[in-house]
Design a protein around this ligand. Structure first.
Ligand code: SF4
Ligand code: SF4
Length: 365
């Protein structure tokens, strides 16, 4: 329970130098999708920042979200973030079990009342459902959530299940599953959706809170705009093929071998908002579309019930951007216009984002 240490003190304890700290600030700015000009402000804020206490509750979930987070370890920025928050309760990761685990949660709540962040993964049986469908230590998910909410400053719902109900809520929803935002009325909720979410997005949201002491700007689904502001299609490297009307028709045809667009194989990239195309997975190694598989739309509400992962015309219910462009030639024509706009936007963004060097920062900070 060492939430009182500043971030700098904690980093120093982990052997991170001043130069390492500045690199951390540069990476944090990029992780939060902020321009390099913000780095000095980030460094100043982080020097004074205290490690926030985090209580993590897991309900109806598959542990994939925690797996995603842990796969982001060492020696990345995510690792540093995990070292500099005080993760006071997480029943998958902590050593304690049984009564000791529950005591750890109660102690963390008491010591950090009104200040801790509550992270939830998984959906939960709603108020009208049988509470016995999901219990921990003989208590329903709803009871535990309500009790832990009381002293929380905000709630971060991690993964599609917590954000939108996910797989447990898929038809016929046997447990009466609901999303966290459906039962939280009086605390800010931020949804970090995805099945699972990109690890850098989870840590980016925590970094934002750590740096600015407040939650980032959100979209209509309460997702952080910095990471969910653009569709997969907006940033997809296969987009030039879409714009030319070149589509793979099967997973082993000539188009697939040449890396053509996967729209006709069911890609939901045009209506899916997530950071996969820019942040990628497995320490930036690759991402699903690069591996030859269409985007399933896993960061959108109710994507499991959208009619089939491999059907080109099935559309996730949560079509957020009105960006469904239709298949084939119509898609190519509309895509061409969208590509021209995207190109112009990219040029402007590039002009605004001059690179920042750690050497320059060392002289100014
Ligand atoms: S439809 Fe899918 S594969 Fe094709 S450009 Fe868009 S995101 Fe990429
Ligand atoms: S590419 Fe699509 S389905 Fe795959 S992880 Fe990203 S948002 Fe989810």
């Amino acid at each position: 329970m060492a939430a009182e240490k500043t971030l700098v003190e904690s980093l120093r304890e982990h052997g991170v130098s001043r130069r390492g700290f500045l690199k951390f600030c540069v990476a944090t700015a990029s992780m939060m999708a902020l321009p390099p000009t913000m780095v000095p402000a980030i460094a100043a804020a982080l020097e004074k920042a205290r490690r926030p206490s985090v209580i993590w509750l897991s309900f109806q979930e598959c542990t994939g979200c925690t797996e995603s987070l842990t796969r982001s370890y060492s020696p990345t920025v995510e690792d540093l973030i995990l070292s500099v928050i005080s993760l006071d309760y997480h029943h998958t990761l902590q050593a304690a079990s049984g009564e000791a685990a529950e005591q750890a949660r109660e102690q963390a709540m008491k010591e950090n009342f009104g200040k801790y962040l509550l992270v939830v993964d998984g959906s939960l049986p709603g108020p009208g459902s049988n509470p016995g469908y999901s219990t921990i230590a003989g208590r329903s998910n709803l009871q535990i959530l309500e009790e832990t909410l009381e002293g929380a400053v905000a709630v971060i719902a991690i993964g599609n299940c917590a954000a939108f109900g996910g797989l447990p809520k898929a038809s016929p929803n046997p447990t009466g599953a609901v999303a966290v935002q459906d039962v939280v009325a009086d605390k800010p909720v931020i949804n970090v959706s995805g099945c699972p979410p990109v690890p850098m997005v989870i840590s980016g949201v925590l970094a934002h809170y750590l740096t600015f002491g407040q939650l980032p700007e959100l979209d209509e689904y309460r997702r952080p705009l910095a990471f969910f502001g653009q569709s997969i299609h907006d940033r997809c490297y296969r987009r030039p093929f879409y714009d030319k009307g070149l589509f793979a028709e099967s997973f082993d045809d000539e188009g697939a071998r040449k890396g053509w667009c996967l729209y006709r194989l069911g890609c939901k990239g045009p209506m899916t908002y997530n950071a996969c195309a820019t942040m990628r997975w497995n320490a930036g190694t690759s991402w699903p579309i690069e591996a030859g598989h269409p985007c399933l739309g896993c960061s959108e509400p109710d994507f499991w019930d959208a009619g089939g992962f491999y059907k080109a015309l099935s559309v996730p219910i949560g079509n957020t951007g009105g960006a469904l462009l239709g298949g084939g030639i119509a898609g190519a024509v509309a895509g061409g216009a969208a590509a021209a706009v995207a190109k112009k936007k990219t040029k402007t963004e590039q002009a605004e984002r001059a690179p920042v060097k750690v050497e320059e920062l060392e002289q100014t900070l």
